[in-house]
Write a protein that binds this ligand. Structure first.
Ligand code: ADP
Ligand code: MG
Length: 700
């Protein structure tokens, strides 16, 4: 149950004056909420910059182009001439040093006359400009009298906005929300507060939304940092609660004598790389420890994670346990299954697959065998976490591409067994600080070497204006028997339909040119259709595969040597790297063509340069972080830790281990979150939406 004292912050924004159904929609969009946002969502929407109205020069000293607040006397009005309503309404004003013109377009005469009565003194704030040699302010932001001046915010926050939502409207809503901010108990330990010099939560919010000096809103200053720490602490505490459940009951060990592992290795048509061997050994060790395994296996696409996962499952099967391997997409699940099945068969392990496609009798029989313990390893999609999927003795959960799954799904899978060990596979190398934010404390194995015999990839960036040339080159390559991926423009997540249309149009134009060699695969296809399209491409029945980003993960067609990526400038670095990892998997050299639309922004150009210059996923991940940091400095982009709204890797990186340490200390001293501090920490979990961890409190 949510602590009562939080209630004022959890009322919908529509309870604020001036926020109706229309604003509701805009706020949802702006704040990324599926439902009507609550006041807390609004308050955690932090400013990006400020308007500084503190400059109060005399008119003769005004710097054109700056924001100023002038004390003036209103001299005369010149309304738009009759019949020329497009001409501006001008108000002439002055102080003892000079004149200024206040310019209004499409103004209501009554309104202006009331706002700026002739002969009166007013304070006018806005951006001063020179026009035709005279100083003017077009549509001053603020016009107040003496009384109004006292209340005028001289430093005003500026927020990220969305079309249709005015800055003023957002500010008024935030102002009201601040009024309702209750005093909350402190959840941060006193020594941390002192060491970091943090203000209270409420004080931080008040200063960010009503700054005293411009620097108050900078992410590296104490106000923002305090909230970043809160957010990180909430995340770490939730993860620590999950982690606390991971102690293994005494006597339960999940690794056997090695006979299945040896049989799998004997069946491999290649030798394991050293890092694959190291990873498999580390996993085997974890499986015999009294603490449950929580290990991340990171390695570039194609580095051979699947076989390491299989070896882990083999170790577990030797001890009579079952394993599950959950992948984010059907294609990827089938790919894993295809790699694993023959090796497992050779070793005498039984493997099955379960996705949304297995239905009816087939599914029932599979589930019966699973419950009997006849299946050693079940590969699948999130279909694995359905309630009626029951294992006899689930001992190991392998989760591929974890960041696509939430804590909830992870828990759902591990709750299907007792003391289940967890192995996470990630093809996106994640810097250590980020690992902490996603997973909390976790052991890490890295597959840094590429399996022997991998060929380099020649990557080039080409302006979209040269599409015809690219088409011709692709035509020649197809004639030579090449296998080509054609990745269609990525459109924002919310526009999946457009993406589809793009893919279908591109499919049509490529088919018109290259005939029935062209295949199509996209996310809206049924699973069986996708498989058929992929299988046709793998078998060489189609040689040019038009695809949306569904091929991003895992797909393995070693014969494919060319990839064209349209609108490459729209993709993030990690995604480009993932996509490109689909080629360069066979014995032949590969080519990746990045088509970009001009003009190319600075950030996009930098990303394309990185991807052109290296195929090392770890380097790409570092560059990604660095570029996102720079983007922030340039103000071109809001960057954050994925899943975190306030904390920024580049600014608050050093707070991450501190939050982790505090979370661990809390769980040691007060695992049930009891007493006043415990209640305060529960507030924290709710405020930052980590309350899904609350049912775990004290359950470990
Ligand atoms: P990942 O999941 O890391 O992207 P996979 O496990 O799908 O990579 O492996 C990619 C390909 O490399 C598969 O075809 C696999 O059989 C092969 N492979 C894995 N390990 C080795 C190795 N040590 N030597 C040669 N080929 C390997
Ligand atoms: Mg893989």
């Amino acid at each position: 149950m949510r602590p009562q004292r939080l209630n004022p912050l959890f009322v919908p924004v529509t309870s604020l004056t001036g926020v109706g159904p229309k604003q509701d929609k805009l706020f949802r969009y702006l704040l990324g909420c599926d439902d009507t946002p609550r006041l807390v969502d609004l308050l955690l929407h932090l400013p990006v910059s400020i308007i500084d109205r503190r400059a109060r020069p005399k008119i003769k000293d005004v710097q054109p182009g700056t924001v100023v607040t002038l004390e003036v006397t209103v001299d005369r009005h010149r309304p738009s001439p009759p019949g020329r309503s497009r001409a501006p309404y001008l108000v002439y004003a002055s102080d003892e040093t000079g004149d200024v013109v206040l310019t209004f377009f499409r103004a209501q005469r009554d309104y202006i006359e009331k706002l700026l009565p002739k002969g009166e003194r007013r304070y006018v704030s806005g951006t001063a400009q020179l026009f035709d040699g005279s100083l003017q302010i077009v549509h001053p932001d603020r016009i107040v009298d003496e009384a109004g001046l006292a209340k005028l915010a001289l430093i005003e926050p500026v927020y990220p906005l969305t079309e249709g939502l005015a800055l003023g409207a957002l500010r008024r809503a935030v102002g009201q929300a601040l009024q309702r901010l209750p005093e909350l108990p402190e959840w941060i330990a006193p020594e941390v507060l002192r060491r970091c010099g943090f203000p209270s939560f409420a004080e931080a919010l008040r200063h960010l939304h009503a700054p005293n000096v411009p620097d108050d809103i900078l992410p590296e200053r104490p106000y923002w940092s305090r909230l970043a720490y809160d957010e990180l602490l909430a995340g770490q505490l939730a993860l620590a609660l999950v982690r606390a459940q991971l102690r293994r009951p005494a006597g339960v060990r999940h690794a056997g004598d090695g006979h299945l592992r040896r049989a799998v290795i004997d069946a491999l048509p290649y030798a394991l790389t050293q890092s694959q061997r190291d990873a498999a050994e580390a996993i085997a060790r974890d499986l015999t420890e009294p603490l449950r395994m929580l290990r991340l296996l990171q390695g570039d696409v194609g580095s051979g994670k699947t076989v390491v996962a299989l070896l882990a499952a083999a170790a577990v099967a030797e001890a009579g346990g079952q394993s599950a391997l959950m992948a984010p997409t059907e294609i990827l699940a089938r790919q894993h299954h295809k790699t694993i099945a023959p090796l497992a068969a050779a070793a005498g392990m039984s493997v099955a697959i379960l996705t949304g496609r297995e239905k009816g009798k087939e599914r029932r029989e599979l589930l019966a065998r699973l419950a009997e313990g006849e299946i050693d390893l079940l590969v699948g999609t999130h279909a694995l976490i359905q309630d009626d999927v029951v294992f006899k003795t689930l001992a190991l959960a392998v989760v591929d591409e974890q960041h696509r799954f939430g804590v909830r799904e992870r828990l759902a899978l591990t709750s299907k067994g007792k003391a289940v060990d967890v192995l996470v596979l990630s093809a996106t190398p994640i810097p250590r600080t980020l690992v902490l934010t996603y997973f909390g404390d976790m052991d890490i194995s890295e597959l840094r070497e590429k399996p022997a015999g991998r060929q380099p990839i020649d990557t080039r960036a080409i302006p979209a204006g040269r599409l015809d040339e690219v088409m011709e080159a692709i035509g020649r390559a197809l004639d030579r028997g090449a296998r080509v991926y054609w990745i269609c423009p990525l459109v924002e997540e919310s526009d999946k339909i457009d993406n589809l249309i793009d893919a279908e149009q591109r499919f049509a134009s490529l088919t018109a040119r290259f005939g029935d060699k062209v295949g199509l695969v996209h996310g809206k296809m049924k699973g069986s259709e996708k498989d058929r399209a992929m299988a046709a491409f793998a078998a060489g029945e189609t040689t040019l595969l038009v695809a949306t980003t569904v091929v991003e993960v895992g797909v393995d067609v070693p014969a494919a040597t060319i990839m064209v990526i349209e609108n490459a400038e729209r993709f993030g670095l990690a995604q480009l790297h993932q996509l490109r990892g689909r080629i360069g998997r066979g014995t032949e050299a590969s080519t990746c063509l990045l088509l970009y639309r001009e003009p190319l922004g600075e950030m996009s150009a930098a990303r394309l340069r990185v991807i052109r210059d290296t195929t090392d996923g770890f380097r790409i991940a570092e560059e990604d972080l660095r570029l996102r940091g720079e983007g922030d400095v340039l103000g071109t982009r809001q960057s954050g830790l994925p899943g975190y709204r306030i904390a920024r890797a580049e600014v608050h990186g050093q707070l991450i281990p501190q939050a982790r340490d505090e979370a661990l200390r809390i769980l040691e001293d007060n695992p049930r979150l009891e007493g006043e501090r415990g209640e305060a920490l529960r507030c924290l979990l709710y405020l930052f939406e980590r309350d899904e961890a609350i049912p775990l409190i004290g359950a470990g």
